[in-house]
Design a protein around this ligand. Structure first.
Ligand SMILES: CC(C)(COP(=O)(O)OP(=O)(O)OC[C@H]1O[C@@H](n2cnc3c(N)ncnc32)[C@H](O)[C@@H]1OP(=O)(O)O)[C@@H](O)C(=O)NCCC(=O)NCCS
Length: 282
């Protein structure tokens, strides 16, 4: 308890301490016996996406594109969190040069995952707010483990406006009216609610069940000629990707302008404190 308080005080004085202290690798990539790539996010405690983790995701996606596996399953090593989304320490009192690199890297990861020519599925074995939800929605199929987990784009609750490509990914996944309401109200869906609007495709009893269901999805494509499959997927997704590719600098500038806003910084500080308050109740 005393040690935890000291660490929390240190983090308050130097918000980037978590980023500097994190040790990789943050992503584990292996091809299993079925010839399927399993990409596991493993950045404790909550797989929040900082620049280093995004770089590893980016490199791992390049590897999957080359390794000729049957498809990709994205999952997490945490028993309760798929990914907590952006590392708030990257955007709270940020290093503006670093945040520019961070924003560009996040765009790269999304373009590679959403626009991949290989089959993708997410085994969501825990909470998936914000960027966690984005990564899952960027896959073609989602299986979420039952429990008190939630998924959704909650950026507005933090006073942040999600990038257009976050929104587009949601429009690609659930009906636009559901998406508009979810985005404006920062709605976090329970597993059952997510199933109802097809934000996820199936629920699972545990991580193994989720992985197996993702594999069944990937194996469905065994009889489909891969080139026809991937060109079809890319034709369906290309407009969203083109939109970002043509506006990358403007998108980064928009992110920077939100983050520089003192009101956004104040709101972020309160939000980070509210996450930490749970500690003091121990
Ligand atoms: C993901 C979540 C549901 C997991 O809940 P949990 O298992 O009870 O874990 P905690 O909330 O206690 O978080 C564990 C630690 O990770 C930190 N953390 C959580 N989400 C984080 C994030 N996105 N970025 C940085 N740190 C984060 C917490 O502050 C806490 O730090 P501490 O150990 O120093 O106190 C919850 O952490 C959460 O809602 N996080 C915020 C997600 C979010 O709003 N992301 C939007 C980013 S734009």
């Amino acid at each position: 308890m005393v040690l935890r308080n000291i660490l929390n005080n240190a983090k308050r004085l130097a918000p980037n301490i978590r980023t500097m202290a994190s040790q990789g690798p943050f992503v584990d990539l292996r091809v299993d016996n079925d010839g399927i790539s399993i990409m596991t996010m493993q950045r404790p405690p909550v797989n929040s996406l900082n620049l280093d983790m995004l770089k590893e995701l980016n490199e791992s996606l390049d590897e999957v594109a080359k390794n000729k596996s049957r498809g990709l399953i994205l999952t997490s090593s945490s028993p309760t969190v798929f990914s907590a989304g952006l590392d708030l320490m990257e955007i709270y009192k940020p290093d503006l040069k670093r945040i520019e690199e961070f924003s560009t890297m996040f765009q790269d990861v999304w373009i590679k995952l959403f626009g991949s020519n290989f089959v993708t599925a997410a085994a969501i074995n825990g909470h998936a707010p914000a960027g966690g939800c984005l990564l899952a929605m960027s896959c073609e199929y989602r299986v979420m483990v039952q429990g008190k987990f939630t998924i959704g784009l909650n950026e507005t609750a933090l006073g942040i406006v999600a990038s257009s490509w976050f929104m587009d990914t949601m429009f690609h996944t659930i009906p636009i009216r559901e998406a508009e309401h979810a985005l404006t109200s920062a709605r976090m869906f329970s597993v059952d609610e997510a199933l109802k609007v097809r934000l996820i495709d199936e629920s699972a009893t545990d991580k193994t069940d989720a992985i197996n269901k993702c594999k069944n999805f990937i194996k469905k494509f065994d009889k489909i000629p891969p080139l026809a499959r991937s060109i079809t997927k890319q034709k369906i997704r290309q407009n969203y990707i083109k939109k970002l590719q043509e506006n990358r600098a403007a998108d980064t500038e928009e992110v920077l302008s939100h983050i520089r806003n003192p009101n956004v910084q104040r709101k972020l500080e309160m939000y980070i404190q509210s996450l930490k308050k749970k500690d003091t109740k121990d």
